[in-house]
Design a binder for this molecule. Structure first.
Ligand SMILES: Cc1cc2nc3c(=O)[nH]c(=O)nc-3n(C[C@H](O)[C@H](O)[C@H](O)COP(=O)(O)OP(=O)(O)OC[C@H]3O[C@@H](n4cnc5c(N)ncnc54)[C@H](O)[C@@H]3O)c2cc1C
Length: 445
């Protein structure tokens, strides 16, 4: 058994692992990081293909934590752009502004729907339902049935692959916070003087793609402590202490100090050796993740649209969102060309995840062409990426199960858990940096 003297062994080189490594280095804490793939960045990578760049999903930096935004700006040596590109929703052949606004709703919806929206929202004002438990209840309560059916329910069910009536309110993230008909009316009448805090609207974006945040951290850290192609396949423990990890089923590393896992929660529970008690093993099967298959179309046109993202709530489309990297940073495509990134949520055993590239591309292209969103002759090339652990599926009741699993893991005195899939929570990059900073400060102090 090899013996490594590290104060902290970080499992996983996604944003949570890289942010932790960054703060460890800042605090002179020796660390070793183990990443299964051949590249750091996890779900936040930027892929370069010839003159084009795109991210593994439409990522942006929400300016929700001033100190973290400032830190990321300094990591990127000021290569952080403020992006004000709008977003829209494609519904029934029309593009509607998102976040919704009164003008766009009145312009694009028919009178029948508008009457229902107004009466349902008036009724909601007087109803006493508090504390909705499911996403379905929350959406209906906040927007009324008609508006939420049109814009939220189908979209959410497509994204998570579950009925909105079994999904936790947490799947909304902060997206719907402060967005309801009253706030829409306020922003209509008050204009720029009214600025509710939600996750849509302006955001920051690194000039060379979202993944450049983590590439810059890698450059700063140096390669010697970052072990790529190092799949953690077993974690050994004894008397409440992690004693070793197995890499690629072949190399055992003895551990004398601390371990930080950012690996998906279900996977971590499965590789513990000895295995956890039966009831904990059973919990692991309940922690499921939604996957994504991403289609990239390279286009011989200057721009596909003006939008940062276009959302597709209609179940007719297998995809939920199209984003155009060039509308986030001019560095992402040549001046006279562009590419679009189309996100198709699915499960790993769905045909869409397993279809040949040819079938996958044809399905998407034909839908875009049929709906007059794209001309066939503009497509130069296409490619596809698979993201197996895209979203932890947050069903109602899952929080208690997660708590039980995390409580069990807390019994290991030198094991720490951090990260979106590791803690099975719907958090963003600024939260991960904040949590990593807090964690390393605790170790230090
Ligand atoms: C489509 C999409 C859009 C998003 N948009 C935004 C956004 O706009 N803004 C935002 O802030 N966040 C966004 N997010 C969320 C963001 O991507 C995640 O919060 C972030 O990637 C989580 O980082 P993590 O390190 O916890 O996990 P991951 O990114 O999943 O990283 C985990 C790492 O562990 C590695 N690993 C797994 N198993 C092993 C093993 N056995 N051994 C060694 N290594 C292993 C993986 O290869 C990976 O590198 C988005 C996510 C998706 C899917």
């Amino acid at each position: 058994m090899n013996e490594e003297v590290k104060n902290i062994h970080i499992l996983g080189g996604g944003p949570a692992g890289m942010a932790s490594a960054y703060f460890a280095k800042e605090n002179n804490i020796p660390f070793g990081l183990y990443e299964s793939s051949n590249q750091i960045g996890g779900n936040c990578k930027t892929i370069t293909d010839g003159d084009f760049k795109y991210d593994t999903g439409a990522h942006r930096l929400h300016d929700k934590d001033e100190e973290i935004t400032k830190l990321i700006r300094s990591i990127l040596k000021n290569d952080l752009l403020k992006v004000e590109a709008p977003s829209q929703i494609f519904l029934k052949g029309k593009l509607i502004d998102f976040p919704l606004n009164i003008k766009s709703i009145f312009k694009q919806l028919n009178w029948n729907d508008l009457q229902k929206i107004i009466s349902e929202n008036m009724l909601n004002k007087f109803s006493n339902i508090k504390d909705p438990k499911t996403f379905l209840d929350m959406a209906n309560q906040q927007y009324g049935k008609t508006l939420s059916n049109l814009f939220l329910i189908n979209y959410t069910e497509k994204l998570w692959g579950e009925n909105a009536g079994v999904l936790s309110t947490k799947v909304a993230g902060d997206r719907l916070k402060n967005l309801n008909l009253t706030s829409l009316l306020k922003s209509y009448f008050k204009g720029n003087r009214y600025n509710p805090k939600h996750l849509e609207g302006g955001f920051y974006y690194p000039k060379n793609g979202f993944g450049s945040i983590f590439e810059s951290i890698e450059t700063k850290l140096g390669k010697e402590n970052i072990n790529l192609n190092s799949n953690v396949t077993k974690i050994y423990h004894d008397h409440g202490l992690i004693k070793g990890i197995m890499i690629n089923d072949s190399k055992k590393i003895k551990i004398k100090d601390k371990v930080l896992s950012t690996l998906p929660l279900n996977y971590l529970l499965k590789i513990l050796n000895p295995k956890p008690p039966k009831e904990i093993q059973k919990l692991a099967d309940g922690f499921q993740f939604r996957s994504l298959r991403i289609c990239i179309l390279y286009l011989n046109i200057r721009n596909f649209s003006k939008n940062a993202s276009i959302y597709f709530p209609d179940k007719l489309f297998p995809f939920t969102r199209i984003y155009e990297p060039k509308n986030r940073s001019y560095k992402m495509a040549p001046h006279d060309k562009t590419c679009i990134v189309i996100e198709v949520p699915c499960h790993k055993n769905d045909s869409v995840f397993n279809d040949s590239n040819k079938v996958f591309f044809e399905n998407i292209k034909s839908l875009l062409i049929k709906n007059n969103l794209l001309n066939k002759q503009d497509i130069i090339n296409e490619s596809s990426i698979k993201v197996p652990f895209a979203y932890p599926i947050l069903k109602i009741g899952i929080e208690d199960e997660v708590k039980k699993a995390l409580n069990y893991l807390e019994t290991f005195r030198n094991l720490y858990i951090l990260g979106r899939n590791a803690k099975f929570e719907y958090v963003h990059i600024h939260n991960l940096f904040r949590n990593a900073k807090k964690f390393i400060n605790q170790l230090n102090g």
